[in-house]
Design a protein around this ligand. Sequence first.
Ligand code: GLA
Length: 731
Amino acid sequence: MCEVRADMKLKRIACACLAALFAAVSPALSAGTPPSEIAVNTRNFKLELVVDEFGSLLQKGFGPREAKFPPVSENSAKTREFDFYPAYGNGYLDEPAIQITHADGNVSTQLVVEKVDRSTDSDGNELVAFSMKDAVYDTKVELFVKAFPELDIFQMWTKISNAEEGPVTLYRYASASPLFCEKENWLTQFHGGWANEMNMSEEKLTRGVKVLDSKMGVRAHKCRNPMYILSLGGPARENSGTVFIATLMWPGAFNFTFDFVVQQRLRTVNGINHFGAQYVLDSGESLETPKMLYACSSAGTGRASRNLHAWGRLYGMRDAQAPRPVLLNNWEATYFNFDEAKLDRIFDLAKPLGIDVFLLDDGWFGNRHARNSDKSGLGDWEVSKAKLPNGLGRLCRQAADRGFGFGIWLEPEMVNPRSQLYEEHPDWVITVPRREIIPSRFQMILDNTRPQVRDFEWGVFEKILRPNPICYVKWDANRHVNQPGSLYLPARKQTNLTVDYNNNLLAMMRRFASEFPKVGAMLCAGGGGRVDYASLANFTSFWASDNTDPVHRVRIQWGYSYGYPSNAISAHVTNMGRRPLRFAINVALGCAFGIDMDLSKLSAADMEALRDAVQLYKNTVRPLTSRADLYRLESPYAGARSAVAHVLPDKSAAIVFAYQLADGGRAPLKIDGLDAEKKYRVEEISLPAGAVSKMQAHGKTFTGRELAAGAAVPPCEKFCDSSVILLSEVK
Ligand code: GLA
């Protein structure tokens, strides 16, 4: 193999040497051909790539269409620092995107482009596929860039195929690794933990490597959502500045590495977390990496989020246009403590509320080991004879008789050691042999790399959903991987476990969505422990957090709003935090609305308030929020009040939510997103029965310009005051 040098003389020798090497394999592009530029564009952004004379794929820049990127260094053939998908071991010294140990033990890789294909789908989205091969080994890497032109969204991923004689090991296998060429880069992450999801914190990146990751394998998003905001040139702002909201479509562990190598060169490497997960590919096998999404905006995070929401509604969630059903859930109302009589009573009380679906949560199954707490019964998907002697069919009928559907909680991926399933199949769980088991929430994860486990898990859906007219499923997952071993996979493939697990899981989610297309579905994992667009594509909404205290929910829902449309975010009115009911209602109304309260303990006035809220949501709020553009107006991190506006794309109507999070004086609210010239009638809605709005602007008409300047002053002063304002165009 010839050594590639930077000076021109040696470069020419290298060209000739490589040209001879590739002549046989690459009729389309071979070393020695002049560099060719390849641009992948959206309406306002561009990704500029170059295939150089050695066949290397280099990146010139990724940014706004008008940006001028610094030239790719002459030295790049030696340092490889401008490689678009840098490989470890042959010159490159920074954070690599791919690291392969080949079948003969060679630890280096050098990728050469053989072919570039461009195609456009029926929606007008362009796919550019770069087929690359190692210069001397038969391992192939296909790199895909898909551009969604109108949304300024890029999607990037790869497929790595082993065509060598023996197994290769992938130590790194990122989905994408674009460079950013600004002097200053600001990074926002969404971190937290159980019941404390989506805290935002921003920092200026300094030289060196910064990593945002999860190593939790399954429900890996518990401590951090696989999403970040990169803002170029200064902190992220809502309505100005170049920002990228980036997210990995993957339910498992992820790794986002930011290597600020030198000024104007920030290498980002995004993908599955390779930590403890080196992937062995046998000869003939391949691995497709998950898709990384980049929503780009030169008008701040507001536009990037709106574009991401639009993308999500098109490609990232089920039935985005269909109204989200109003759920009555019984988790916080009863926990595991219910029976037929109690449910009958709840059904009777629920009837006048006008809910769409009653969702029966955890605790309805298990006989030999009753599911009366989280300690036992998980995995034994037989209806509890003690609690529900007449089965699920009766509950479905009882619900239907009262005018609503019946939904059910499932956690097919998990098992309690105290269960019949575990007694019969102790080898079906993820665990490391010769170590004491460390359970979490008293449960273990079923190892779905084993075909019998996959059959069993699918069988849960078949046996529960086929015989019963169940119209909704809450699909939960309540633990992560802390002992990552498979009793099924061979010794040399143990570290394939979590990648295979998540791919098998996604396959089951897709099968569920395709075989039960009419069954609504909530994605849940101990609250918001698993929220990503690969999973969500098979669900109608996700459970954002087990923290339903509306004061905390304002901040949590705000965080999710950067990536996910509001009708994907399930939000229930509960008693958590003992906040005023009106505040809890108004916080839940901004998302996919539901209720989880013990109805028998509510006063007649509270029941009336809930009934009115359900009607308001169905008739007024839902039709608007399910297709409106979201404008974040006031951040819960910034002041005493938080506010958002949902504005219809044609600007003919909007709904505004304002929440007071600390005592403070009334202040004008500047409402973005309206048409400055249009006139809007202002109406405060979601008021207690018989109450009159205390907002001066109520009932009056203002132009969009006046409302943007603060013509409406929500009557919010005290902690937990709230206001919902409907704006309707007056012609
Ligand atoms: C998880 C979910 C909750 C509830 C419980 C049931 O914690 O997030 O909403 O379903 O499981 O065990």
